[in-house]
Design a protein around this ligand. Structure first.
Ligand SMILES: C[S@@+](CC[C@H](N)C(=O)[O-])C[C@H]1O[C@@H](n2cnc3c(N)ncnc32)[C@H](O)[C@@H]1O
Length: 266
């Protein structure tokens, strides 16, 4: 399917945090469920390779939301790979309760930057491997190019991971899955306040927003070739770029696709 960059509510600065945090809390919750482990393990293996090639143990996560899968990734790095890493969460619209929760749960292995930070202008002193999970689709090609330009200007490394692909079946199923999980899982994702209850079960605006954004996000996903062409459109002497698609057996042994782009200076 061709890529469409339709209107996503999460991109709007006026979207109240009650809806924004609803989306990122759900993403964090689902990516940390036990059946998601093989997917996180595959991502951790790829990320470890980039950390080693970049000679660093520091991950600067951009567009972090509530931390996505980093809680499990940190466990894999520390306890499975015996490869301790420092992780800093950053976002243009930080999910403060989500960040605090993950800081507490990981006993400080993961830290959050609570001031807004744009992926297009990351302070030079935050060196390490920049990661973007389920977030690169937020950027139109010209903005995505600016994200890469900032990486290259500051001689950082980057690893982009997106779940899913622009196939008609996934475009159709993803929003339905999100709508259902909004109804059934919301009390479990954390931060179940009265206002969240109200906008989930009395006026179901939050599930509707989650469903719409899931639909639009899938249509916005980049293919590996598109990712590589964005990266190589930036003058980046000495950088090694790689993109591809991993296929992992996920829930119910169904295939889950992870599209990735990695780049590091040699
Ligand atoms: C779909 S969420 C992904 C959250 C998280 N990475 C995960 O895997 O659950 C996208 C995140 O990107 C953030 N975002 C959007 N535009 C951004 C920008 N220009 N700079 C930094 N963060 C941005 C949003 O605030 C949101 O938290």
């Amino acid at each position: 399917m061709i890529r469409l960059h339709l209107f996503e509510l999460e991109d709007q600065s006026w979207l109240p945090s009650v809806f924004r945090n609803f989306i990122t809390d759900h993403l964090h919750f689902s990516q940390n469920l036990p059946f998601w482990y093989p997917i996180n393990l595959a991502i951790a293996q790829s990320l470890k390779d980039i950390l080693e090639r970049s000679n660093t143990r520091r991950i600067i996560d951009l567009c972090s939301g509530a931390g996505g899968s980093l809680e499990v990734l940190s466990h894999i790095f520390f306890d499975v790979f015996s490869f301790p890493v420092e992780i800093l969460l950053t976002d243009l619209f930080p999910n403060i309760p989500g960040i605090k929760r993950i800081e507490e749960k990981t006993g400080g292995r993961i830290k959050g930057h609570i001031e807004p930070m744009s992926a297009l202008d990351v302070p030079r002193e935050l060196d390490g491997v920049r990661t973007l999970f389920s977030a690169f689709h937020h950027f139109k090609p010209e903005e995505a190019r600016l994200v890469i330009l900032d990486v290259v200007r500051k001689r950082a490394s980057v690893a982009v991971y997106e779940l899913g692909s622009r196939s008609p079946l996934i475009v159709l199923l993803n929003p339905i899955r999100c709508f259902l999980r909004a109804f059934f899982l919301t009390p479990m994702v954390g931060n179940f306040t009265f206002i969240r209850f109200l906008f989930t079960y009395v006026i179901p605006l939050a599930p509707a927003i989650l469903m719409w954004d899931a639909f639009v996000s899938t249509l916005r996903l980049y293919t590996p070739d598109e990712l590589l062409s964005i990266a190589t459109s930036v003058e980046s002497d000495g950088y090694v770029w790689k993109s591809g698609k991993l296929t992992i057996r996920g829930p119910l042994r169904l295939p889950v696709f992870i599209t990735y782009l990695t780049g590091y200076p040699q």
